[in-house]
Write a protein that binds this ligand. Structure first.
Ligand code: CA
Length: 224
């Protein structure tokens, strides 16, 4: 497996490279945006790890240019903590997933593995669970083709649950992935937002199978 890392912080770039090489991956590093784009456009990679803020050409720009050039190599965007807007920006530009800095190497590895397993044709940021569909490029959610309006936070929460469908996600995991680092989180914030989502996803569709399940004492699960 071959990975391109585009990251201008030497320390982060080099530690990712070292870690991935220990996993027997082939790793190229670009410390600057234009070089990163040139490599991404001319070489064959299984996954690209792309920092958002880069000298030369920014991550979002690189992403857009690659997708416009019909290059669908899975892209994992690295974003700064506390920047929810950046995640939306990255996904809108065609990134497949994002990871907030600082992150544990194990998590990076798991995401890269997951991305590399996706067939190229379906890397289009569309998620499906039962009759529920989420399009992270157009920021659209439908159930049985009926459009559902969600706030930004509800969308982020649903996307996280859909990306992990079938698994029980704890409140702590949800908070870490859906809320900004600096956000004010009250003990019942997750419950409140799950409540909002449940109303829109399940409550509004009484004839369909409920998708959001509460697993008492553990967390929440979407789908089976
Ligand atoms: Ca940077």
């Amino acid at each position: 497996m071959r990975v391109l890392v585009v990251e201008d912080e030497y320390k982060i770039a080099n530690s990712i490279k070292k870690g991935l090489e220990q996993e027997t991956f082939a790793v190229d590093v670009a410390y600057e945006g234009i070089e990163g784009y040139d490599l991404a456009a001319s070489e064959k990679y299984d996954v690209i790890v792309l920092d958002l803020m880069l000298p030369g050409m920014e991550g979002v720009e690189i992403c857009k240019k690659l997708r416009a050039g019909k290059n669908y190599t899975p892209i994992l965007m690295l974003t700064a903590k506390g920047a929810l807007h950046d995640k939306v920006l990255g996904l809108n530009a065609g990134a497949d997933d994002y990871l907030v800095k600082p992150f544990a190497f194990e998590e990076l590895l798991a995401r890269i593995r997951a991305l590399s397993r996706r067939p190229q044709e379906v890397v289009n940021a569309k998620l499906e669970v039962s009759d529920l569909e989420l399009d992270s490029i157009n920021v659209e959610v439908t159930r049985g083709r009926k459009k559902i309006d969600l706030s930004k936070r509800e969308f982020a929460l649903l996307e996280y649950l859909m990306r992990n469908s079938g698994k029980i996600m704890s409140k702590d995991q949800i908070i870490a992935h859906v809320w900004d680092y600096d956000a004010d989180i009250l003990p019942n914030t997750v419950e409140v937002y799950i409540g909002y989502l449940r109303k829109k996803i399940d409550g509004a569709f009484p004839k369909n199978k409920p998708l959001i399940q509460t697993v008492r004492g553990f967390g929440y699960r979407l789908g089976n």
